[in-house]
Design a protein around this ligand. Sequence first.
Ligand code: LLP
Length: 419
Amino acid sequence: MTNLDYEKGNLTFDNLIIKDITKEIETPFYCYSLNHLKDQYKSLNNAINLQNYEICYAVKSNSNQSIIKNFANMGSGADVVSIGEMKRALKADIAPNKIVFSGVGKNANEIKYALENDILMFNVESISELKKISNEAVAQSKKAPIAIRINPDISAGGNEKISTGKAQDKFGISWKDALKIYEYASSLPGIEIKGIDAHIGSQINQLEPFSHSFDILKQITNMLRDKGFKIDVIDVGGGLGVKYSNDEIPLDTEKYGKLLSDKFGNIDCKIIIEPGRFLTANAGILVTKILHIKESDIKNFTIVDAGMNDFIRPTLYGAHHEVMTLKEPDNSQALKYDLVGPVCETGDFFAKDINLKNINEGDFLVICSTGAYGSVQSSNYNTRASIDELLINNGEYEIIRKRIDEDTIINKDIISKWV
Ligand code: LLP
């Protein structure tokens, strides 16, 4: 996979021998390639030929501040979905006027904070939310810039848990009700209509669903403008797919860029793109140690020190992630193993029936493409410590997030006075 190569029999990530890191850093740990993060941003940026656009990195895919700051340095804005993500983005030097605030359940505190910080816009998903934003804006003697997230009723995405644009999904407001909600929005004293938004799902490798969604956005924009509404921003969401396995064909970035130009080339709007996974997925690996090997007539298990609490995508979505050994595989016979973690759940696995050669207890394995929705979806289930995150740059590494040990986690509990 990307930036992973065997050199003299040892697996390297961005030219750094991973084995050398394991001598200094306790496994499991996440490791990110700065070069890959930069290359992805550049490749997307270069593929876009619009006059007026903003890449707003979807912070949820990997919210480490070093990662956000790298994109901020490259000119990126941010798509955030909570006060926590907003604080991270601001701390990592994303300009407030490049922040869009998405999400179906913004609370009062989050709305207040976003307004105080003068963000670019709120992507609004319900009438109830619209009213609350308006009220808070009036209290702050401001007008809140908003876009309505429309639900275009399109099926897209790697699997049903990450599809967000179908009519039955909780997201957005039916495109058929667009006019009504814009009329209502314009009647509210604290609202400034700025644009329109859609996000149809994640890990989309075909152009067709994007094309369909862009058509609907364009059609509604034209209709709203005809009715006298000022639409200056079209947020097309994220969702760009990546390659997780050797036989997967990822979205063609050039074609995606061309599609944007074809659909929005002469619409006179700022176009916002909210990529997450595209920028971060293949920049990350999870390094883990083999604790035990359990072989039997029925099934072989390789039990590693990372668990589903560290990386949940395989069990949650049935997601495929390639696994590599640190030693280059030789000509010996491979055996089939399930790769599992120490958590007390049958669902605690990373891969099933994979071929592994010459593995021994104490060896290390790499789970590939874990830069997006990896660390951010981790938990402390089974009172397991959280793990380190490292950044690699030109043959060196740096810790960019320290593990939180089990004692710190345990000490958060307060023993009740009633027990
Ligand atoms: N914008 C909005 C409003 C979103 O909800 C999302 C992702 C994105 C942008 C970024 O989408 P991306 O470019 O990363 O596909 N945990 C799941 C993915 C959930 C995506 C949620 N929304 C996974 O591990 O596959």
